[in-house]
Design a protein around this ligand. Sequence first.
Ligand SMILES: [Zn+2]
Length: 239
Amino acid sequence: MTGMRFFHEEGIILRKKPLREKDELVILLSLHHGKMVLMCFGSRDPKSRKAGALELANSVVFQVREGSDNRNSLDQVKLLKSRGFSYVDSSHQDLEHYYRAMEILKLTDAMLEESQSVQSVYYNLNVALDNVREDAIVVVYWIRLLNDLGYLPDWKLCCSCHVVLAEADEMLFSTENKGFAHRHCCQVGGNILLKQVDITLVKVMRYCQSVGMDDALRVTVDRTVLADIKGILESLEIH
Ligand SMILES: [Zn+2]
């Protein structure tokens, strides 16, 4: 006889997928097991006590029951921190915060594989969700995430000749190499996408790559620069 196994974890709700009438799949980023996909029985029932705790972006502690069919289920859940992001009763400003939070959750869910656990991502996600008031939060979190998952080259170096880039150098951003390069190192043409970038944008991006979340959040960045950085991150199409 094989005994049922249980364990306790802590995590943040990234996404939920309805299944049948009252059940759902809950996708979380957990502290020790990385991204987890768990069956949750009965939580879509309005009378369920689990439902309130399982709102998106909330931090929860929960008990996992290991399933024989490789699909674990979420047994008990207790709210650790409610972030109260709601689409329905939001003022205009709250709505902007709500969209930022949803973007942060979506990026995390899209970039991590099931059971993929990367140190720092759990901490950074917590910080990001607690700072949705900051205009730069999505961009800062996105860069940290790409960097910590190993997608980015060192932005201090030219991604073509690997020499340190000086502020006075004319630079382009290469989508293919995911980094900055001297203009004279770039072969224009082919299918390599190159973007003209100004030094303010380069400085902000490099700074976010080289420091932790807390320091990166202290930079004040113009909204137009943020929009340009976001355009570059989107062009990388990593998800
Ligand atoms: Zn170069």
